[in-house]
Design a protein around this ligand. Structure first.
Ligand code: AMP
Length: 280
């Protein structure tokens, strides 16, 4: 596996792969890798000639009060994991190279970014869309892989590639979970043992919501209420939202029919956790 730090070098590798007819699969990450990330890399390996993964903790997607400075890092461990998952090129750009001057060019997507994560984290999706576009311009992928864990992010990226005619296929893969249902996340490392045990309630709440829908409940408010009640069975959970939404627009649903996504965000101690479940 080759490690690349430099943007120009990344672009010239990408150019040469494309010239020789090789397909490029790309997995953008913020590092501190776990099985969720590795599942994306392994799938990219199956579907492409060359796999590029990037690790970049992107400052422009963090709010001023958020966890940028304490975001977990493990470059050495991450390198080994990428190599074992079949990554051919690991791209590790520096913040200084990504943003040589205070950023003044942004990609912003309207509508879908006003709700849920976008409402609670203003500017977050603008930071994500901007950095992903920049990374696409560096890695020049044919296919890019994202996790359903970040459901709204996937919807934003899909919309972005369509809206800007970015010539890349967006592939979304299922959320990888721990044995008790907790969605894997780099941020789970913030949890102490007691919080870690309580964190499994997010998945229980999603399943409780799903169960109501499968039992024929057609009133979204009942499903929201059930998810909230379930979340509050654990101490110290502060709910940002427990929502029943349209998977395409992310707008809250007023009646339940067709495809539905349940989305939860909570704070547990100093850790913010999100999860979601598609009900088809
Ligand atoms: P992050 O490093 O958290 O920015 O995540 C990088 C990519 O991995 C994003 O596309 C995430 O949605 C995806 N990802 C994170 N956690 C999981 C998970 N538990 N299962 C599947 N994909 C994940």
């Amino acid at each position: 596996m080759k490690v690349i730090n430099n943007i120009r070098e990344m672009q010239s590798f990408a150019e040469s792969f494309r010239k020789s007819g090789k397909t490029i699969g790309f997995v953008p990450t913020m590092g501190f890798l776990h099985e969720g990330h590795l599942s994306l890399m392994r799938q990219a390996k199956k579907e492409n000639d060359v796999v590029v993964a990037s690790i970049f903790v992107n400052p422009t997607q963090f709010g001023p009060q958020e966890d940028l400075s304490r975001y977990p890092r493990d470059e050495e461990g991450d390198r080994a994991k990428c190599a074992s998952a079949g990554v051919d090129h690991l791209f590790l750009p520096t913040a200084a190279e990504m943003y040589p001057e205070p950023p003044s060019v942004f990609v912003s997507i309207e509508g879908i970014t006003d709700v849920l994560e976008g409402a609670i984290r203003p500017g977050h999706f603008r930071g994500v869309a901007t950095v992903v576009t920049k990374l696409f311009n560096m890695v020049k992928p044919h296919r890019a892989y994202f996790g359903q864990k970040d459901f709204q992010q996937c919807a934003v990226i899909r919309r972005m590639t369509r809206g800007l005619d970015q010539d890349v296929e967006v592939i979304v893969l299922p959320t990888v979970r721990e044995a008790d249902g907790l969605a894997m996340s780099s941020r789970n490392s913030y949890l102490d043992a007691n919080e870690r045990r309580r964190a499994a309630v997010l998945f229980r709440a999603l399943k409780a919501g799903e169960e109501l829908i499968r039992a024929g409940v057609r009133e979204p408010e009942q499903v929201r209420q059930k998810m909230r009640e379930t979340l509050l069975t654990e101490q110290g959970i502060e709910i940002d939202y427990a929502e029943v939404a349209d998977p395409d627009t992310l707008r809250p649903l007023e009646a339940l029919s067709g495809r539905i996504v349940l989305l939860i965000a909570v704070r547990l101690g100093t850790t913010r956790l999100i999860d979601n479940l598609l009900v088809l």
